[in-house]
Design a protein around this ligand. Structure first.
Ligand code: PMP
Length: 390
């Protein structure tokens, strides 16, 4: 019997990362391929303590159906943190809790996209967003990413030529490049989008992971009504809890709530309560500072090993946050061939190709610096240098 699948499945790429993670699961492989936080920075005891407290005090409500919008104390925590950290004046009624920020992208696609709609996205762009939006069969319009953010002249051309429904971007420590948009680029993007009807999807999965200096204002600050901002607890608490959120004006949020109801009624009640308990009974600012200190050190170490060990003609980005470095090999080098050779040396990398919606990027590589410890990074980069040499 031949089963017939929806045409949209043929247009949706399989997550290359999940496929690669399968190959890299064996313990002798040092992996720079995934996007996992350091296991040493997941506060198992603090989260266990929060869970005990929720079971002791929450009663059946902690295991009951709940509202689609999410657990109010958690939404209040998020709104309050936006106000304190970024001076963003939002209330809990503008926050919807999602099953990781990945679900936020799916719900945004569901609410805004019809088949054939134009979606502008950074080039290279976050693979998970390409996958999430692909299910709604859009036309992707890549906007080249420069050292300090999107190429605004290209964005302006795209907006002039097409009826762009969404522009999706990651202004802080972008995945895959590690690039952070400058303040000027944020202002320019906001003024280009203002009044056009194009929604800016501001994915801020990495905003808290900044190694030095102050956070730059989110684009939402300049473009409050037509920006949909997403956030995640995966990088500062634990990804396995699958807790993320969407921050949008109440009218947009209302539509997203309907889409979420249809999808899963609400996010996991227990995870929400444990997380809220953990966040409000621990010094989360100190924890974020520790994460930034450790990842900052990892990033510096990996950068200097690239500079010392890799052949001439290799270039890299200079991230000031996040979890990824982006490496460009000399023209003619193939990152897929390097992937194979590196795996033979028991080190895993992520070839950059799947981050390009229009092909290209054959000589680019994304390297994760959060998951391995410093010894692992040093050993893994020596192995990678040997693979490159070969
Ligand atoms: N956005 C970006 C830019 C990411 O890198 C990730 C994680 N790889 C996500 C969203 C999704 O993360 P989560 O669902 O764990 O919040």
């Amino acid at each position: 019997m031949t089963l017939r699948y929806a045409a949209r499945m043929g247009k949706t790429p399989r997550s290359f990362i999940r496929e690669i993670l399968k190959v890299t699961e064996s313990p002798e492989v040092i992996s720079f391929a995934g996007g996992l936080p350091s296991p040493a920075l997941i506060k198992v005891e603090g989260i266990a303590e929060a869970a005990r407290s929720v079971f002791e005090t929450g009663g059946a409500a902690a295991l009951q159906y709940a509202t689609t919008e999410g657990y109010l104390p958690l939404r209040e925590f998020i709104a309050d943190r936006y106000r304190r950290r970024l001076g963003l004046d939002v209330g809990p009624d503008e926050i919807l809790i999602t099953n990781g920020s990945q679900q936020a992208l799916d719900l945004i696609g569901k609410v805004f996209l019809d088949a054939g709609d134009a979606v502008a996205i950074e080039r290279p762009g976050y693979l998970g967003a390409i996958q999430a939006f692909s299910l709604y069969e859009p036309r992707f319009c890549p906007v080249p990413l420069e050292e300090d953010g999107p190429d605004c002249a290209a964005l302006e051309r795209t907006l002039g030529e097409q009826d762009v429904r969404l522009f999706y971007g990651v202004p802080n420590s972008q995945n895959p490049s590690g690039i952070t948009w400058s303040r000027e680029k944020r202002e320019d993007v906001a003024s280009l989008l203002d009044g056009t009807g194009t929604v800016f999807v501001e994915d801020d999965a990495y905003g808290e992971l900044r190694f030095s200096g102050r956070s730059l204002p989110p684009v939402k600050k300049y473009l409050p009504d037509s920006t949909v901002l997403t956030g995640s607890f995966s990088k500062i608490a634990a990804p396995g809890l699958r807790m993320g959120w969407i921050c949008a004006n109440p009218e947009v949020l209302d539509r997203l709530v309907v889409a979420k109801q249809a999808s899963d009624l609400h996010s996991n009640t227990l995870s929400q309560r444990i997380l809220a308990q953990y966040l409000t009974h621990n010094d989360i600012d100190a924890h974020v500072r520790e994460i930034c200190r450790v990842y900052g050190r990892h990033c510096t170490l990996m950068s200097s090993l690239i500079d010392d060990l890799f052949p001439d003609g290799v270039s890299r980005t200079e991230p000031d946050g996040g979890m990824f470095l982006w490496v460009t090999l000399p023209l003619g080098f193939s990152s897929m061939a390097l992937f194979e050779r590196a795996l033979a040396e028991h080190v895993a990398i992520l070839p950059g190709l799947p981050f390009y919606v229009d092909g290209g990027g054959e000589n680019t590589v994304r390297l994760n610096f959060s998951n391995a410890d410093e010894d692992g990074i040093t050993e893994g980069m020596h192995r990678l240098a040997r693979a490159l040499e070969a």
